[in-house]
Design a binder for this molecule. Structure first.
Ligand SMILES: [Zn+2]
Length: 210
């Protein structure tokens, strides 16, 4: 009897932190509204007490029912859009935090857009996209660094930024491509920086160099 009591107390003690930790909503069945509300609150919690607290509360979260793997933000409209497909790749809370913080980083830092649409010249009617790759690289790297600050401040493992991003690039087929265009080069570079930060954290207990 004593033993049973002891075991139950120990089980309860170990289970407590699990219950108090924030959990991701269910993926099956996927309810976009649930994810939208969850993400809205998550973003507010992540930025509580920071200079971006007000901005975070103004951002509108949109969760799509699309199987595509995108997450986007629009700083002028203050919106973050995340696809169901992108959420499908997420396996833990920290990976999701990295996605939300990256998109919010674009809004908070408010850099000029690297991609501009130019009217179609051909008969197709489809506008062309002109990309400033230097600016794109700068924007993405700055948003990734923003993620590191958010994750460390909120006690998430920054290695999940790397793991989640690797999963995305794998799913998008970027990692298996032999031809590396300028866009993929930037994706690869970001992945390597995240990997380096994670290794540094594992080796020295912190992600940044002094
Ligand atoms: Zn981005």
């Amino acid at each position: 009897m004593k033993r049973i009591f002891f075991t139950s107390v120990m089980l309860l003690l170990f289970a407590l932190p699990v219950f108090t930790q924030v959990q991701l909503p269910a993926k099956e069945p996927f309810v976009a509204k649930k994810w939208q509300e969850f993400t809205q609150k998550l973003l507010s919690d992540l930025e509580k007490g920071t200079e971006y607290e007000k901005l975070a509360s103004e951002v509108k979260i949109e969760i799509t029912n699309e199987d595509t793997l995108d997450a986007n933000s629009d700083s002028s409209l203050k919106t973050i859009q995340i696809d169901k497909g992108r959420i499908g790749l997420v396996t833990n809370m920290a990976q999701y935090v990295a996605i939300v913080a990256h998109e919010f980083g674009h809004i908070a830092l408010d850099f000029p857009l690297a991609e501009t649409y130019i009217p179609a010249t051909g008969d197709s009617g489809v506008p062309d996209v002109s990309t400033d790759y230097d600016l794109l690289r700068k924007n993405e790297k700055a948003a990734d660094e923003f993620v590191v600050e958010v994750m460390e401040r909120n006690h998430y493992d920054i290695c999940d930024q790397y793991e989640g991003f690797e999963k995305l690039l794998e799913a998008k087929g970027v990692l298996s491509k032999k031809e590396i265009g300028p866009k993929n080069k930037i994706l690869w570079e970001r992945l390597l920086i995240m990997n380096d930060r994670c290794s540094r954290k594992l080796m020295f207990g912190k992600s940044t160099q002094n």
